[in-house]
Design a protein around this ligand. Structure first.
Ligand code: SF4
Length: 244
């Protein structure tokens, strides 16, 4: 099962290899804490999260090639400090490691936003010293992982989590997106306890799903009508929670 899921990821990534990027956000002060950055949006994803509000990135084949992205980064040297690799899911692109090495050689710091389903790729990026920051999505506890993400491979995500928890060099933020149709307070506490058990020491951030008739999602979710009880979560969580 794991092998066929991996093969699927690689086939999806290979199809998009020629034009890996859906878009470039040329400037952000919000997405890379402490750095002025741009965002490279890698096309395609190995999940189908019900609350995903970027279906065009998940299903697109990409419109921007490596040369164009590198030309952009060369022009912005001295103006930008960091590059955020987001998506979609950047780790399904087979050219990611080599491309990041070229970005690093230009002097940029690199942040990876990832859903953690490719621990093999994350391990190579860590070993190659290419990452300066990681934001890892913890989508759901194991028993809800498939329902929320469409991917029945919690163990692969957990390998990424353990790998990132087991190192001290790269700052790691773990994030959960919350929609009350999918996750409740007990699920968030399950996640916080699991992170604590695994020795996670970074920031755990919660963010509300953006959904509703004018904000279409992959799962056609309605707007989230029930706010979660942030005070209860803060009281019971073994980790400090940041709510966005
Ligand atoms: S929210 Fe889920 S489906 Fe959408 S890009 Fe992120 S991991 Fe992929």
């Amino acid at each position: 099962m794991a092998r066929s899921a991996k093969a699927q990821d690689e086939r999806a990534g290979a199809r998009r290899a020629a034009l890996p990027f859906h878009a470039i956000t040329p400037f952000t002060m919000l997405d890379y804490p402490g750095r002025i950055a741009c965002i490279l949006w890698v096309a395609g994803c190995n999940m189908r999260c019900l609350y995903c509000h970027n279906p065009q990135i998940v299903t697109s084949r990409g419109a921007i090639g490596e040369d164009q992205a590198l030309a952009f980064l060369r022009k912005r040297k001295g103006l930008l400090e960091g590059v955020v690799f987001s998506g979609g899911e950047a780790t399904i692109w087979p050219g990611l490691v080599a491309f990041m090495a070229r970005v690093k050689a230009l002097g940029y710091a690199i942040k990876l936003d990832t859903n953690g389903l490719r621990p093999d790729v994350i391990a190579r990026l860590v070993e190659s010293d290419l990452l300066d920051r990681v934001a890892l999505d913890y989508k759901a506890p194991r028993h809800k992982f498939r329902t929320v993400t469409g991917a029945a491979v919690f163990t692969r995500f957990a390998r990424s989590l353990d790998l990132l928890c087991g190192q001290n060099r790269i700052p790691v933020e773990v994030r959960s997106t919350i929609h009350s149709d999918l996750l409740g307070e007990e699920d968030i506490l399950d996640i916080a306890r699991d992170l604590s058990r695994r020795g996670f020491r970074g920031t755990y951030a919660l963010q509300r799903a953006i959904a509703g008739p004018d904000r279409p999602t992959l799962g056609d979710l309605p707007a989230d009508a029930r706010p979660f009880d942030a005070a209860r979560l803060a009281r019971l969580s073994p980790l400090e929670l940041t709510v966005r």
